[in-house]
Design a binder for this molecule. Structure first.
Ligand code: G4P
Length: 528
């Protein structure tokens, strides 16, 4: 396969959803189609720890949830697909956000009974910021859910995105009969007694009498026809450019648990979603199709993938060129050469040592402690990819070491965990007694922090919760900043000495924004 074919056949995406929407189920079905696994229940699940795909930290096992996210890779037809899995529990972390920076597109999975939920909204914002295409899968049609029109309205109201239903359901819950593919005019019939047995009928359009024969429920069929007409007249037109820029989301309907609508989704998704896209760098855009020199960036660092060895794995997303085992690359931040000797790739079942990988692929590098999030590794060059943003934590605590004598290990530990991106560390600004403040996106990270400092660094810490829920990176001209810094009591600095304001709630933040119109409050550290 030529380099260009390898790039064009790749699809790297993340599934964004709220816990329980069915992400594990959908992922599993996708892997089944690709032949990457043979039976359901292989992908890590809350109640199925026996077949866990990745090794878990002890705390994950105790809680039965996934703290870290993994990458699953499979092939379907001529496509090579990488799914960036994101923690599914409510206590997700900044890793989840960062994982999205490595994706070229996202699939937003929604439970039709619940609509857009909190975690989906947060993850959506990151995708929106990046302008990547977003595909929507409305799940659990086999159960009574909300009216599809209402769900479309909700997407627009809560997320500000317009939608184009690629298919339209006929009935729902007890009356669920199938989904009509508006693009290919195919009817996929749902058989509640045997959901795996999916009949597909080619129609000439929604008025085709074959539809009446197949569904045999006059009321349902006429309601479907009316709804479809309404969509054609009042709905948004199909616009590929708007889909590609993430302004229009194609919607698919189905039932992941019955594999219903999953294959149709996968096939449309593969033909519409982008192959690995260009990335901004210090020397302009790096397009994988025109740059054959290897380059990539670290978006995630995970410690203790295997608790038996204290190893750290840095996840690198390849942006351009061909990766070859043993190759030498520039570690641009350190200005050093390094050899990539033991890279792993993450298949559905196990970690494999790999010899070759292409743009869009994610490789795991064993890290002796020289890599940090956002680092660029590049062959024959010295450019750096745009900075990896920090996202606003939602929980804050002061952190102190219980035994003063352990201060050194404590500093080393929190430094390391900050580099891994498990926590964000701030320092109080302009106070007599400087204090360290830890910010996390999910509250579970505090427990992870305590656990890891105790087990890996033999340090006991004391955390004291602060009432803040928002961090905003502030910028403005010098005069405005000087006044702001003098009057605000809630300021901290991040590890790069940037000024960050902490707020207890949205109202407090908006009040400050009104009072200081010359100051800009950024939701993440990427303030350019
Ligand atoms: P998550 O990873 O997004 O958290 O969700 P997961 O796949 O674990 O699914 C959450 C629950 O929803 C599971 O039920 C799963 O079986 C169910 N589910 C997923 N897709 C569908 C669907 O299309 N229709 C229906 N009716 N249910 C679906 P559970 O009772 O929590 O677990 P389990 O005992 O079934 O494993």
């Amino acid at each position: 396969m030529s380099y260009i074919d390898a790039v064009q056949s790749r699809r790297t995406f993340a599934i964004i959803s709220h816990p329980d929407a069915g992400k594990t189920t959908l992922t599993e079905k996708l892997l089944l189609f690709g032949g990457a696994i043979r039976e359901a229940g292989t992908v890590k699940g809350k109640k199925n720890t026996k077949h866990a795909v990745s090794d878990w930290m002890e705390i994950e096992k105790q809680r039965g949830i996934s703290v870290t996210s993994s990458v699953l890779e499979f092939k379907y037809n001529s496509y090579h697909i990488n799914i960036l899995d994101t923690p599914g529990h409510e206590d997700f972390s900044e890793d989840t956000y960062r994982t999205l920076t490595a994706a070229d597109s996202a699939t937003m999975l929604i439970d039709t009974a619940k609509g857009v939920e909190a975690q989906t909204k947060k993850l959506f914002k990151v995708c929106k910021m990046r302008g990547i295409p977003i595909f929507t899968f409305m799940n659990k049609l086999d159960r009574q859910g909300r009216d599809p029109f209402e769900l479309m309205e909700e997407l627009e109201e809560l997320l500000g995105i317009r939608s184009y239903p690629m298919g339209w359901p006929i009935g729902m819950g007890q009356s669920f009969s199938g989904v009509y593919d508006r693009i290919n005019q195919k009817l996929e019939l749902y058989n509640p007694d045997n959901p795996k047995d999916i009949d597909i009928i080619q129609l000439s359009g929604p008025d085709d009498p074959k539809l009446d024969e197949a569904i045999n429920d006059e009321g349902l069929v006429s309601q479907f026809r009316e709804e479809l007409e309404l969509l054609d007249v009042a709905g948004d037109p199909y616009d590929l450019n708007l889909i590609k820029s993430g302004e229009l989301t194609p919607i698919f309907f189905g039932s992941a648990i019955s594999s219903f609508g999953v294959q149709t989704f996968l096939e449309h998704f593969l033909s519409l979603s982008p192959s690995p896209s260009p990335r901004k760098s210090s020397t302009g855009e790096i397009d994988p199709l025109t740059n054959e020199d290897f380059s990539g960036f670290i978006f995630k660092i995970q410690a203790n993938m295997n608790p038996a060895h204290r190893d750290r794995v840095a996840f690198l997303r390849i942006t351009s060129g061909t990766f070859e085992r043993g190759m030498a690359v520039n570690h641009v931040r350190l200005g050093k050469q390094m050899k990539l000797t033991q890279p792993t790739q993450f298949l559905a079942q196990s970690r494999n040592i790999i010899d070759k990988a292409y743009p869009g692929d994610i490789i795991g590098l064993f890290d002796p402690g020289t890599l940090r999030i956002g680092d660029t590794l590049v062959q024959n060059n010295t450019f750096e990819f745009a900075e990896m943003p920090h996202f606003s934590p939602e929980y804050f605590s002061t952190i102190t070491v219980k035994e003063a004598l352990k201060h050194k290990s404590f500093e080393k530990g929190i430094h390391q965990l900050t580099e891994e991106g498990a926590i964000q560390l701030f320092k109080t600004y302009n106070r007599f007694a400087e204090q360290q403040i830890v910010g996390v996106v999910g509250v579970l990270q505090f427990e992870v922090l305590e656990y890891r400092l105790k087990h890996e660094y033999k340090v006991d810490i004391q955390l004291e919760r602060l009432p803040f829920t928002l961090a905003r990176w502030v910028t403005g001209d010098e005069d405005a900043l000087t006044v702001f810094k003098k009057t605000q009591r809630n300021l901290v600095t991040d590890r790069d000495q940037r000024i960050v304001a902490l707020f207890e709630n949205d109202f407090q933040m908006r009040t400050a924004a009104d009072k200081y119109p010359d100051i800009t409050f950024h939701e993440n550290s990427y303030t350019q």
